[in-house]
Design a protein around this ligand. Structure first.
Ligand SMILES: Nc1ncnc2c1ncn2[C@@H]1O[C@H](COP(=O)(O)OP(=O)(O)OP(=O)(O)O)[C@@H](O)[C@H]1O
Length: 580
């Protein structure tokens, strides 16, 4: 296509609004010789008299952008507008992947694109140099794989993006590609054993998703934990084993969810998928009858089939090698957690359990003594001069203890399952590995709580790593090799991270206030405001309420401090389990 002018119908142009960098892509939709109508890509219409068109306000779009550019590192005009415009042009052509150098940008199509991940495509990207074929997640996987030998060191794929961007799906495609190439390298003798380890690694996906993913308002299969999957590769190129490292599972979801969101998938899957005998043994009821599932007003999602997913989970557990007894124990613990949530309290000189049958069922399912369980929730025991002093708890405190136990039990179950998977897939560590890091994405809701604070902090850290890797370390390397380069300006987020994690930073103030017996969310907020109001990355709202804000690399997020101290304390409370 020829370079467009700015008045011919169909031409693509940039409309300049305000500063020269503030560009909006638009198309000429009408021109009668007197007036020109521009339709922006964002749905707005702008009219101009032909004789008043200012070349500084309307610019023809560069020809290459009209078709879309596969590698944006090759674009002469590289700014936010041209990047977005190029991604949009390609997206309209069902090209969801675009490179910027060796970085792959993926736009979530939210629909299955024909042939994009089939056998033929797998073959097309195998053993090719990066850039030889059009951009694809398989090309990145292939590059990682071949770099094990080219660079003689382990490789890592870092996947980042906001919640719902497609990180977990990308992780699965990378695993699929590497497992396919590994299979091709298999010698006959090793084939059987290798196949089962590789299958177990692939099947760990549905297990981890059932336990660690949940429906949120952004994504109906949102990861609420981070994972680092390592594939151990042999010198001859086969997957010989793997390792999964999890980080910060959002435990609070087990006991409370925001409106329209759900608890972890596995609870609903168990209820919908259990056989009648299992239902009886586990005292299962409908989701709406459990306090831990009915608070958000959402127990199902039309795009999720819990019964089918339960069947897939059972099959995955079988492939990984979970024994029947272990699966039954897992189900009992899950049902035990649900029943624990239904334990309620009344006031009679301190918290008393309303219905002891619920406690009995819970303790039977969790395999613990019912009197001990009741006592841990009703009473608080402190050691004073070597003596144990017991005092009754209020209803709120008892509910708090109940929820802490539920969260701790769930997180232990999660850990236990990951350790079982790791035991199954462990392999020799004598060559290099390919690591894939997939963590929960950046979030900015109407109301953001402690969970979002932790998630966004993790993403901010990841961004720092990315910046260091792409910009700082690269520039150091250029200097070392005496390569002539001009300074690249990049948004350094280290000061924002200092605000959160340095001495007297937000994190340490939250920890300090959590240890303070008289600390409240309000007193925490005052301390945060007093200490950091002048920090350029901190936002102190003009009207003082319950919020403070952080100017993250991905945008400003306001956090509501309600529950900050309670949730932060919960992270230290796994030791409650030790009491049982
Ligand atoms: N390449 C793709 N093709 C088709 N659909 C996709 C693709 N990537 C993602 N999706 C769709 O988008 C949904 C969200 O993707 P995914 O769960 O991978 O997001 P995420 O970035 O991991 O989110 P979170 O941070 O919340 O875990 C998927 O359930 C799927 O429906």
């Amino acid at each position: 296509m020829a370079e467009s002018d700015v008045t011919t119908v169909g031409s693509r142009v940039w409309l300049v609004k305000g500063s020269p960098d503030d560009l909006t892509p638009a198309t000429v939709t009408q021109c009668d010789g007197v007036e020109v109508v521009y339709q922006t890509d964002y749905g707005e219409e702008q009219r101009m008299w032909m004789n008043e068109i200012d070349p500084n306000q309307v610019k023809p779009m560069n020809g290459v952008l009209l078709q879309g550019v596969e590698d944006m590192a090759k674009m002469t005009e590289l700014n936010q507008a041209s990047i977005l415009c190029n991604l949009n042009t390609r997206y309209q052509q069902n090209e969801i992947y675009t490179y910027i150098g060796s970085i792959l940008i993926s736009v979530n199509p939210y629909k299955r694109l024909h042939d994009l991940y089939d056998e033929k495509t797998l073959a097309r990207y195998t053993n090719k140099d990066l850039g030889e074929e059009s951009p694809h997640v398989f090309a990145i996987a292939n590059e990682c794989y071949t770099c094990l030998w080219k660079r003689e060191e382990s490789q890592c794929v870092l996947i980042s993006g906001e919640s719902g961007a497609g990180k977990t799906e990308a992780t699965k495609f990378i695993l699929k590609f590497i497992s396919n190439i590994s299979r091709q390298r298999s010698g006959k003798v090793e084939e059987e054993n290798g196949k089962s380890i590789e299958k177990s690694i692939l099947e760990s996906g549905p297990v981890l998703e059932a336990l660690g993913n949940a429906k949120t308002v952004y994504n109906n299969n949102s990861s609420r934990f981070g994972k680092f999957v390592q594939l151990l590769i042999s010198e001859s190129g086969q997957i010989k084993g793997g390792r999964i490292t999890d980080c910060i599972l959002a435990k609070h979801r087990v006991v409370r969810q925001n409106p329209g969101e759900r608890n972890y998938h596995i609870f609903y899957q168990l209820i919908q998928g259990a056989t009648p005998e299992q239902r009886d043994r586990l005292f299962l009821m409908e989701p709406g009858e459990y306090h831990y599932l009915n608070q958000s007003g959402c127990v199902s999602d039309p795009t999720l089939n819990d019964a089918e997913d339960w069947a897939a989970l059972e099959q995955a557990l079988n492939v990984i090698g979970f024994k029947d007894g272990q699966k039954q124990d897992m189900m009992s613990v899950l049902s035990g957690i649900l029943h624990l949530g239904n334990v309620s309290f009344m006031n009679a000189g301190g918290a008393q359990v309303v219905d002891t049958d619920v406690i009995d069922r819970t303790s039977q399912l969790l395999g613990i003594d019912s009197e001990r369980l009741e006592a841990v929730m009703k009473e608080r025991t402190m050691k004073l001069r070597g003596e144990n002093i017991t005092s009754p708890q209020s209803i709120d405190q008892a509910c708090d203890s109940r929820d802490s136990i539920a969260m701790a039990v769930y997180s232990q179950l999660f850990r236990w399952i990951i350790s079982k998977i790791n035991h199954r897939i462990k392999g020799p560590d004598d060559f290099y590995f390919i690591g894939i890091l997939d963590i929960f994405g950046f979030e900015n809701f109407k109301i953001n709580r402690f969970e979002q604070f932790c998630i966004n902090f993790a993403n901010e850290k990841l961004q720092e790593f990315f910046n260091r890797h792409i910009f700082s370390l690269e520039q150091i390397e250029y200097n070392k090799e005496g390569i002539d380069w001009c300074d690249v300006e990049w948004a350094d987020n280290s000061e924002c991270l200092d605000l959160v994690e340095k001495n007297l930073g937000l994190m340490s103030l939250i920890n300090e206030e959590s240890r303070f017996p008289k600390g409240t969310d309000k007193s925490l907020l005052n301390k945060l405001h007093n200490q950091h109001a002048k920090n350029q990355f901190y936002v102190k709202p003009r009207v003082i309420g319950l919020e403070f804000g952080i100017k993250h690399y991905a945008g400003e997020v306001m956090y509501n401090v309600t529950g900050f101290l309670e949730k932060n304390r919960d992270t230290f409370r796994d030791d409650l389990l030790g009491l049982l």
